[in-house]
Design a protein around this ligand. Structure first.
Ligand SMILES: [Zn+2]
Length: 353
């Protein structure tokens, strides 16, 4: 996914391209791209950074051909600093400073899940340098809400009095978690939602990296499951469940079939079950399910059982990032689900004896 993002222009989804055009016209030293996860904050921020640094930018953004564009694509532009938690740097293929890399490779510590103040201090020093390629300096921060409090405070003064030709782009999937003082020093841009058909078309065009997406019903299922957010849908599809697995998942979970969640990370499994739970509540109140097709849903358990399940899943979500054993956790989740359905008169009636 990230290699496609690194090249400019055509690889950018059409709804992001439209937003990029508008953002390029803004004269701001700090922009905050905000919205729920999966709308393409990172891709848009990177395209914006690349366009700012490009030597022959057009109205559509970076040219994709010049030396600056190639340096951004190779993740080695001397005038671009990318500030991310170490886990995100690794995931998106950005280089890390040598000291941190050595420590992580020697297993002295785990990659950090937050933006550490050490990295922030380096970025602030960077922002005071003179640009080496004459197009100014850019600091990209993603996800901005992962700055810890010390790091965010260290950034404040620089955001308030930015050095001459340095621009900041902050991309956030939870802007409410940012310090209000950070938010107030940025111009904000609310990420636009793509139309459902545009998102579906884009998702199917990603079949070169996730072959299952060539199947329209898989693309449709994951998009639905991701609540219409394309990047989240792509991440879900990357786990490999095929159309048949998506379709049978709700009823298989209700029957306690552990293979229903095969291939999921524990946290994703919890999130999928939370969506199933949401849809079962919807069916109970005769509303449209949002994430799964109605025809694939089992009969919903009673409200008390559903309420207990909702609470139990919320508790699981808090521990799912560091499960003791991932496969045991998946089994527990499924057996918990089966109990919820067995405790329900509606479900008991629906099943043969
Ligand atoms: Zn260029």
């Amino acid at each position: 996914m990230d290699s496609a993002i690194a090249t400019p222009g055509p690889a950018l989804a059409p709804w992001l391209q439209a937003q990029l055009g508008g953002l390029l016209g803004r004269r701001a030293h700090a922009l905050l791209l905000q919205g729920p996860s999966g709308l393409g904050q990172y891709s848009l921020a990177l395209s914006l950074a690349q366009a700012w640094l490009c030597e022959q930018p057009g109205e559509q953004g970076a040219c994709g051909q010049c030396a600056s564009c190639h340096l951004v694509g190779a993740r080695g532009h001397p005038d671009l600093a990318v500030l991310m938690p170490e886990t995100t740097l690794l995931e998106l293929g950005w280089p890390m400073d040598e000291k941190s890399m050595d420590e992580i490779e020697a297993k002295k510590r785990k990659p950090s899940k937050e933006i550490r103040v050490e990295a922030m201090r380096q970025a602030i020093l960077f922002s005071q340098r003179t640009a080496s390629r004459g197009r100014g300096l850019v600091v990209l921060i993603y996800p901005a809400e992962d700055m810890n409090a010390v790091a965010a405070n260290a950034l404040l003064k620089t955001l308030e009095e930015p050095p001459g030709d340095t621009r900041f782009v902050l991309a956030s999937e939870a802007a409410h978690q940012l310090l209000p003082t950070i938010r107030s020093r940025c111009q904000t841009h609310a990420m636009a939602w793509p139309a459902a058909d545009a998102a579906l078309k884009w998702l199917q065009s990603q079949a070169s990296s996730v072959p299952g997406l060539a199947n329209p019903s898989v693309a449709q299922s994951v998009l639905r499951l991701a609540g219409g957010r394309p990047d989240d849908a792509l991440a879900l599809a990357g786990n490999g469940p095929d159309a048949a697995q998506w379709a049978r998942l709700p009823k298989a979970v209700a029957e306690g079939d552990a293979t229903a969640l095969a291939g999921f990370e524990p946290l994703q499994a919890v999130q999928v079950l939370q969506k199933l739970c949401h849809d079962l509540w919807a069916v109970r109140v005769q509303a449209e399910p949002r994430f799964f097709a109605a025809i694939n849903l089992p009969a919903p358990p009673g409200p008390r059982a559903l309420a207990r399940w909702t609470q139990a899943l919320a508790a699981s979500a808090r521990t799912a990032e560091h499960p003791f054993k991932a496969d045991l956790m998946l089994e527990d989740l499924v057996s918990q689900a089966r109990q919820v359905f067995q405790s329900s008169p509606a479900a008991a009636k629906a099943r043969p004896a």
